[in-house]
Design a protein around this ligand. Structure first.
Ligand SMILES: [Mg+2]
Length: 121
């Protein structure tokens, strides 16, 4: 039987250790997670696979988190929700990102329970 609470999550995070931790925690929470270290490879994967949710770092080489969302909006009208995490948090960046259509922009370090809340919606 299909488990609707199990989500397919794409992680885009350029810090390898963090990326691995995110994937591991999401899998521990019962989700399927796949990690990429820049926005461009994450985008390519999301366009070719069924993905329920995207957790993306803001600052990454090649393609940052907001550009990833921008490209998704252009190329994938029913794209999965994108949550952005950043170490460079400020309220203005969050405001701009929310207006741009992210689910939320939260600062590192963050609580995975918060991500779970978004995934359960
Ligand atoms: Mg980064």
């Amino acid at each position: 039987m299909l488990d609707k609470t199990r989500k397919k999550v794409v992680i885009a995070e350029d810090e390898t250790t963090l990326n691995e931790i995110y994937v591991e925690i999401l899998e521990d929470l019962g989700h399927e997670a796949v990690g990429f270290e820049d926005g461009a490879t994450a985008l390519d994967y999301i366009l070719k696979n069924e993905v329920d949710f995207v957790v993306s770092d803001l600052k990454m080489p090649i393609m940052d988190g907001l550009t990833l969302l921008k490209e998704l909006r252009k190329r994938h009208p029913s794209h999965p929700p994108v949550l952005i995490i950043t170490g460079y948090f400020n309220p203005q960046i969050r405001k701009d990102a929310l207006e741009f259509g992210v689910v939320d922009l939260i600062s590192k370090p963050f609580d995975f329970e918060k991500i779970s809340e978004y995934l359960d919606r």
